[in-house]
Ligand binder design. Sequence first.
Ligand code: PGA
Length: 251
Amino acid sequence: MRKPIIAANWKMHKTVKEALDFVEKFKALVVKNNEVDIILCVPYTVLASVAQSLSGSTVNLGAQNMYHQDKGAFTGEIAPAMLLEFETRYVIIGHSERREIFGETDELIREKVNKALQLGITPILCVGETSEEREGGFTEAKCRKQVESALKGLDKSLAAQIIIAYEPIWAIGTGKTASSNDAEETIAYIRRLVAGIFDETTAQTIRIQYGGSVKSDNIKELMTKPNIDGALVGGASLDAESFAKIVNFKE
Ligand code: PGA
């Protein structure tokens, strides 16, 4: 049985004060159980304060990006060791906004996934198609290219730790969610891809999330699907009550 994993992606939102207000409210609202892994992927500037505020709670800390080098002349970038200073155990890699707005390539994303795994930070690798690709029937081809490129050549013993987030780009921030059947179908396909790259055991171990306009009113239905292991949540994760309802979906 794979444990569900639900992650907030705050994107470029929240000052320290706003982040701390959220965490205080959120901690009180989260059902005290160990049935769902909960991650807050926050901006770098609030990592230190959020880490402190989360200490002793079951909520985990994540970042939204990192560079794949240890240190050096990379102005504006953040090294994995800098994330680890704040017990940041998860990092989103290859979000479609990083790929589209900041020109991140499949090769760069592979380097980042590799580096994160080597240092014990769990990468949340994002893949997904545009609306044109979906309409043209290229959803699987696009996911295949992104998954294969990011995972090929990875050490199998590390691969099982990866989280994959299937996020159709047309569903991000648009209010349009993939139907639970469509999301299940593509996620099942991604799992078969992983089995082809590594083996069936790895494919059955890896957790694959759905992302794209997840809200408290669609999470339950998504989570009934056998291959959907959780969600990566943008807009609906910015409000403590709304995100708490999502992570408490079993209640
Ligand atoms: P959304 O974003 O929930 O606002 O659609 C999801 C994401 O970009 O990870």
